[in-house]
Ligand binder design. Structure first.
Ligand code: UGA
Length: 439
């Protein structure tokens, strides 16, 4: 099939490359011309495992190209995926749909023939009819333009895997047996034939599927982090507790790692966006717990700051603190709403000199936080430090020999915010060891 993907960020660029991998002819479209140049050279403009390989393979095979032109995109295919960003509105909890409606407005007047617009961006429930109305008002092809809702559940750092082998496909349509359904089933036929559960539903259910899934994932994380607070007050060990709970298959251990809490461009935004939309619909009370999920999450960051201050005798001014971790999670260079960087920035505001290290995210962190110091090497970052904060799950950090670090630090104190350091090994190497939620 021929298809386009409009918006080439983490979601769109991955989708475009994966659709080419499935054998389709794909044109990716993004208004950022620099991004287009990088993608056309067969590279990803961000770090995502396996994506460079796919981009190189399919820009070379000729199945995948990128453009900044809506006219080219409209003329290229009659199936268009939209995967533009829908961030949180500044100062509000609601989604910012500017990019989505801008893309639809740009595309619509160029749709002269029947077409299917499949939206993957995460939106508040009730957006699909607005997209349809815009298309029908401005597209020369009028109601021959169909809208499908096809939410994306990929995780950064597993994006290629999650796109090619999703744990489910959700396809939302407003009429049964539409042309849109035929086209999407054809587009995803290999994935469907491989056994991915495929749920065909209405628009509203498809729209809600994504924000509800992310709200649940966030709730699971905040639940175990709330239990971590009780562990801190009672001397229990939240890591062991999570293992014990996780053996119950109804609960499950996955997605329940206690620690510094969630960040990124999705979980925090979707939690708030869902809450805001439920409020608009008069169902806000039903989701009041999501406000608490957010509060618990933010409290983890504050707890880390309090522990650091306590460890430094109550005063952080002039203290040297090393932070391991800048990305919002391992396997990515994405620093959106990064818990580690939020803690680093706050400690800097409290007077500490903070040195941050991360395997992939330092370029992004430097741009956003020029006030912090940076070191490429996690061992060098500990030189003369008064306190080390372990705020990332990149596995290579938890494997570093604490004895090797002890000689470099001015003061051998460490706080583990991710629960992945071996407390005994660090204590044996002479470190004062503290951890969130652990004795
Ligand atoms: C999340 C969802 O997992 C995807 O299913 C969804 O498609 C995506 O958002 C999206 O909306 O596009 P992602 O943001 O890439 O994916 O990251 P997660 O792996 O879910 O982690 C989110 C945050 O929660 C990270 O900061 C991570 O460190 C934290 N986390 C995750 C925990 O603190 N504990 C856990 O057990 C799991």
């Amino acid at each position: 099939m021929k298809l386009t993907v409009i918006g080439c960020g983490y979601l769109g660029a991955t989708h475009a490359a994966c659709m080419a991998e499935l054998g389709h002819e794909v044109l990716g479209m993004d208004s950022d011309i620099d991004k287009i140049h990088i993608l056309n050279s067969g590279k990803a403009p961000f770090h995502e495992r396996g994506l460079d390989d796919l981009l190189a393979k399919h820009t070379a095979s000729g199945r995948l190209t990128f453009t900044a032109s809506y006219a080219e995109a409209a003329a290229f295919a009659d199936l268009h995926f939209i995967g533009v960003g829908t961030p949180q509105q500044p100062g509000k909890h609601a989604y910012d749909l500017t990019h989505l409606f801008a893309a639809v407005r740009q595309l619509a007047p160029r749709l002269t023939d029947a077409a299917v617009i499949a939206v993957k961006s995460t939106v508040p429930v009730g957006t699909a009819p607005r997209v349809r109305d815009l298309l029908h008002a401005h597209a020369p092809a009028r109601d021959a333009v169909e809208v499908a809702w096809n939410p994306e559940f990929l995780r950064e750092s597993f994006a290629v895997e999650d796109t090619l082998r999703p744990d489910r496909l959700v396809l939302g349509f407003d009429t049964a047996h539409s042309r849109a359904e035929t086209m999407l089933r054809q587009c995803y036929s290999q994935i469907i034939d491989a056994g991915a559960p495929t749920i065909v539903t209405d628009w509203a259910t498809a729209e809600l599927a994504k924000s509800a899934a992310n709200a649940f994932l966030a709730t699971k994380i905040s639940f175990i982090n709330a239990i971590a607070e009780v562990c801190e007050a009672s001397g229990a060990d939240v890591g062991q507790l999570a293992d014990i709970l996780g053996h119950d298959v109804r609960i499950g251990r996955r997605g329940m790692r206690p620690g510094l809490g969630f960040g990124g461009g999705c979980l925090p935004k979707d939690l708030r966006g869902l809450l805001a939309r439920a409020g608009e619909l008069g169902a806000g009370q039903a989701l009041a717990l999501l406000g608490e999920v957010d509060t618990i999450n933010n409290r983890r960051r504050q707890r880390m700051i309090d522990l650091a201050r306590e460890q430094m005798g109550g005063d952080l001014s002039g203290k040297r603190i090393t932070v391991w971790g800048a990305a919002f999670k391992p396997g990515t260079d994405d620093i959106r709403d990064s818990p580690a960087l939020a803690v680093a920035q706050h400690l800097h505001e409290l007077g500490a000199t903070v040195t941050v290290t991360d395997p992939k995210a330092l370029d992004n962190a430097r741009k956003q936080h020029p006030e912090l110091d940076y070191a490429d090497d996690p061992v060098a970052a500990v030189q003369d430090t008064d306190l080390l904060l372990h705020l990332t799950e990149w596995p290579q950090y938890s494997r570093i020999d604490p004895a090797r670090l002890a000689a470099r630090a001015a003061n051998t104190a460490v706080i583990d915010g991710r629960g992945t350091l071996n407390a005994d090994a660090w204590r044996d190497a002479g470190w004062t060891f503290k951890a969130l939620g652990r004795p």
